[in-house]
Design a protein around this ligand. Structure first.
Ligand SMILES: Cc1ncc(C[n+]2csc(CCOP(=O)(O)OP(=O)(O)O)c2C)c(N)n1
Ligand SMILES: CC(=O)[C@@H](O)[C@H](O)COP(=O)(O)O
Ligand SMILES: [Mg+2]
Length: 633
């Protein structure tokens, strides 16, 4: 692809370079930055629409703020590509999300301009408040703190916990609400409707405009008069806006809505707001995908598209390598509808990931029984607990790494209640390019200590269907079914349902030299490795455990009686999951054997393709072979 000319952006490597540009030229800088993002992401896929939507905001913020001294915190961070390009990573941007390349999210270890490492949503207000209070305590009065949070991320409880605390704190904090009326899928819920209301309400906006006119004058007066103006302005807002504005009612000073694509206006507004102390919120209206027509039109697809033609928007590569084989997510989505057609108790829940999880299949077919609850994992779990308490069988689909946020709800609101909730734990294992924030590698360990919890992971698509079938039969309490990002291998997966006995694994292959115990689809890599080793004359047994809890003790007795060398394999952290369970069993039953645990080591694993990361962790096919041969030698 030929890159377009970018005479202004070429001169900008860090914010001080940007500050040298005249205000009149900022529009051109934005155009070049937008084009740079389009060209880069077109050939090196990543998040897209969100970054296009905040081009003007990114330029204006770095133009006005004194970063990195001032703290700029991006919520989620999937929109921070412009920020990265403006803060020293333009020449590295072609390595974005690649193995050993730069991270797709702001990362404290990567740049001093990344004030907080992010990836999970709705952390920005709390983190920013922490930084603002730290500045206050250090008597660092000049330091500004700004959090940029999207309308989707604002729906999470954590965001409101931050607002609530900031309201009475008086720390110098600016929250920029980047409102594009979208999450990955359309944003949902009362807050989203409220934001639309205050953006479009004529009465509200007339009052707001009057206040803005007043603020314009505010900046032109001397400091003594400013104090007086401040009081008057506060009075006006208290009387006129507090009752009609949620954020004002929470003690934030609310400004906006403003056009988030007018860079010169943003520069002016942000400069004005620097002079206003205390907690304040600037409501910016933007368009996700701004400036790239296909992305503006189909915002969900272009949230994170496959490779595309930067000129035409034509998709150049399907996301999956083999489009005929369905993703585990599609098997989940279609199977859920099939089961829900037979069992009217079944309902589906997703916290803001209808497309990613494929719950959208049920949402389209059975809109009354499938719920997108917004970015609200804690609520999704407790909501499921409530549904189950009144006789429904919720299938709550949550990405493993986002489930971390709802841990107490799983314990307190599902397991302890002894109600039937099926957790479809999506993206279990190393996810690839999203990296450390998104790898779903802790769930096996953090669920295993919960009493009565059933923890399962299918070897393949057929087992996924059968586990879902088994779980919906009811009477099983909290039941987790974990599957990874991506596809299995089965074209012909729509087979009749079969109940699987809870706690029963299966022997895939006999062998006498060594035994491998695996859980989940990573077991298929073990099968590949064993096929090759078999040809080399080695005899290795392979068991698909299927359940981590209750674990199949019959299999374990058989294995420990017949084998001195055992390998456990899981696409999960090796501390606390299958390997640990097998070691505990050995100790509790006074067996002795050599055990090698293969899995994700006890350190952060960054981004790359799944294959590169399996290799790094030593459990790709070659790694498994190597571990076996080490024992056999
Ligand atoms: C805790 C958590 N849940 C879900 C996600 C997945 N996720 C990433 S971005 C996003 C949508 C965010 O919407 P918004 O904040 O409005 O940003 P936009 O993409 O519209 O700019 C979601 C659901 C996440 N990163 N973290
Ligand atoms: C930023 C974010 O959290 C999501 O966009 C995430 O990257 C989606 O991951 P999948 O691509 O696995 O759905
Ligand atoms: Mg949004």
């Amino acid at each position: 692809m030929t890159k377009s000319e970018k005479p202004l952006l070429d001169q900008i490597n860090f914010p001080p370079d940007l500050k040298k540009v005249s205000e009149d030229d900022l529009i051109q800088v934005c155009a070049e930055l937008r084009q740079e993002i389009i060209e880069q992401v077109s050939c090196n896929p990543g998040h897209f629409g969100a970054s296009l939507g905040v081009v003007e905001l990114s330029v204006a913020l770095h133009y006005v703020l004194n970063t990195p001294y001032d703290n700029l915190i991006w919520d989620v961070g999937h929109q921070a590509y412009g920020h990265k390009i403006l803060t020293g990573r333009k020449d590295l941007f072609h390595t974005n999300r690649k193995y050993k390349g730069i991270s797709g999210f702001p990362n404290r270890g990567e740049s001093e301009y990344d004030a907080f490492t992010v990836g999970h949503s709705s952390t920005s207000i709390s983190a920013a408040l922490g930084m603002a209070v730290a500045a206050q305590l250090s008597d660092d009065k000049e330091r500004k703190t700004v959090a940029v949070i999207g309308d989707g991320s604002m729906t999470a409880g954590l965001a409101f916990e931050g607002l609530n605390n900031a309201a009475t704190n008086n720390a110098d904090l600016l929250v920029i609400l980047n409102d594009n009326n979208m999450a990955i899928d359309p944003n949902v819920g009362g807050l989203s409707e409220y934001l639309l209301d205050i953006t479009t309400s004529q009465t509200y906006n007339k009052v707001k405009n009057d206040v803005w006119r007043f603020l314009g004058k505010f900046n032109r007066v001397n400091p003594n008069t400013q104090k007086l103006f401040q009081k008057v302005e506060h009075g006006i807002k208290t009387i006129l806006l507090k009752q009609s504005n949620l954020f004002e009612a929470l003690n934030f000073r609310y400004f906006g809505p403003v056009d988030g694509h007018n860079v010169n206006h943003l520069v002016k507004v942000l400069s004005d707001l620097q002079k206003i102390p205390g907690p304040k919120i600037l409501h910016c209206i933007t368009k996700k995908g701004k400036g790239f027509e296909p992305a503006e039109k189909n915002q969900t697809y272009w949230h994170a598209p496959a490779k595309f033609d930067a000129n035409t928007g034509e998709i150049l590569q399907k996301k999956s390598n083999n489009p005929q084989i369905p993703k585990f997510q599609e098997v989940f989505g279609h199977t859920l509808v099939e089961l829900a057609e037979q069992n009217e108790k079944i309902v589906g829940i997703t916290p803001a990931m209808p497309t990613g999880s494929s719950l959208n299949i049920m949402m389209e077919k059975m809109p009354d029984r499938a719920f997108d609850v917004g970015i609200a994992e804690q609520h999704a779990v407790t909501f499921s607990g409530g549904l189950a308490a009144n006789g429904k069988i919720p299938f709550c689909a949550i990405y493993s790494s986002f489930m971390q946020r709802a841990y107490d709800q799983v314990i307190h609101d599902v397991a302890l209640q002894n109600v039937d909730v099926v957790f479809c734990l999506d993206r279990g294992g190393l996810v690839g390019a999203d990296g450390a924030t998104h790898h779903g590698v802790y769930d096996l360990a953090f669920f295993r200590c919960i009493p009565n919890m059933t923890i399962s992971s299918p070897l393949n698509e057929e087992e996924l269907r059968n586990l879902m079938y088994t779980a919906q039969l009811g009477g099983k309490g909290a039941f987790s079914i974990r599957y990874p990002r991506g596809t299995g291998r089965e074209l012909n997966w729509r087979k009749p349902f079969k109940e699987i006995e809870v706690g029963k694994g299966q022997k895939l292959k006999d062998g006498k030299d060594l035994a491998i115990l695996s859980i989940g689809p990573i077991g298929m890599l073990a099968s590949d490795a064993l096929e090759e080793l078999e040809k080399e004359g080695h005899s290795i047994a392979h068991y698909d455990m299927r359940f981590l809890k209750p674990i199949d003790e019959e299999i374990l007795h058989e294995v420990f009686k017949n084998h001195q060398n055992i390998i456990t394999l899981e696409d999960a952290c090796i501390t606390g999951g299958l390997g640990s369970a097998v070691l505990e069993f050995m100790s509790d039953n006074q067996y002795a054997a050599r055990i090698k645990r293969l899995g994700v080591p006890d350190r952060w694993v960054e981004h790359g393709t799944q294959e590169e990361l399996y290799k790094e962790c030593g459990f790709d096919k070659e790694g498994i072979k190597k571990a076996c041969l080490k024992f056999l030698e």
